[in-house]
Write a protein that binds this ligand. Structure first.
Ligand SMILES: C[S@@+](CC[C@H](N)C(=O)[O-])C[C@H]1O[C@@H](n2cnc3c(N)ncnc32)[C@H](O)[C@@H]1O
Length: 229
């Protein structure tokens, strides 16, 4: 697809955005490089395709990474590595993204694209439960050494990820939290599933957290940006 061809509206329209507005944002809201587009299209055929992040949030992170001169990133939840690749593309050569996931199968989809883009040396993929990997990073003395973190794995552990990342991210670093609106289920009292309850809990925790400044963005599936004071 060349840059003048409208991008197909491939992302589920969240209930809180009018369909025409969603299509408009998909068309004009950001640019996607050809390699990211190819990885997205391959991921679209994956049985768990819905787990991939919205390209608009990947575009937001890319922009922040360049604007903030980010060098060290932690991503909790890699899947097929779309957001990983997007962020790695804007890291300087000396930059690192530690990607945490439990699945060799999911993450192996992205690896050929990381290699083709020449960013594989910047991506430090660690397979295993992310809580354990984050604890190891803390015990290895990495507190306050990361500039940017993205939480996008199992929702029931979001609070555990957040508390560990508050320690790992430096002052004025950013923690981005995905799916905070959960297709609007967070405001539906009938929705009492574990994931929904966990997301309501992290949203309240962040809102009351004096250690941070935050803003919840009602785009994609809801993304909260948290700045460590
Ligand atoms: C929503 S997907 C990540 C999507 C990715 N950030 C993107 O935007 O394309 C969630 C990922 O979290 C991983 N995951 C689930 N539980 C985990 C755990 N306890 N530790 C580490 N990764 C986990 C899954 O294997 C899955 O790949």
């Amino acid at each position: 697809m060349n840059s003048s061809t409208p991008r197909p509206a491939k992302f589920a329209n969240p209930d809180f955005v009018a369909p025409a507005v969603h299509a408009y944002v998909q068309e004009l809201g950001y640019k996607e490089s050809p390699i990211l587009e190819r990885l997205r299209l391959e991921t679209a055929n994956h049985p768990r395709a819905r787990m991939m992040g919205d390209p608009s949030e990947a575009a937001l992170f890319k922009l922040l990474i360049s604007a903030m001169n980010v060098k060290r990133i932690v991503e909790v939840g890699v899947f097929t590595g779309y957001t990983t690749l997007a962020m790695a593309l804007n890291l300087p050569d000396s930059g690192t993204i530690v990607g945490l996931d439990v699945s060799e199968e999911f993450t192996s989809v992205g690896k050929p694209y990381w290699i083709e883009a020449g960013v594989e040396n910047k991506i430090d993929l660690r397979l295993g439960p992310a809580l354990e990997s984050l604890d190891k990073m803390i015990s290895d003395g990495e507190e306050s050494t990361y500039d940017f973190a993205f939480i996008d794995a199992d929702k029931v552990n979001y609070e555990g990820y957040y508390e560990r990342l508050i320690r790992l991210v430096r002052q004025n670093g950013i923690i981005a939290i995905d799916n905070v609106l959960w297709s609007g289920r967070v405001v539906d009292p009938k929705e009492q599933g574990d994931d929904t309850v966990a997301l309501r809990q992290i949203n309240k925790l962040v809102h009351g957290d004096v250690r941070v400044e935050h803003v919840m963005l009602p785009f994609a599936d809801g993304v909260t940006l948290v700045r460590k004071k």
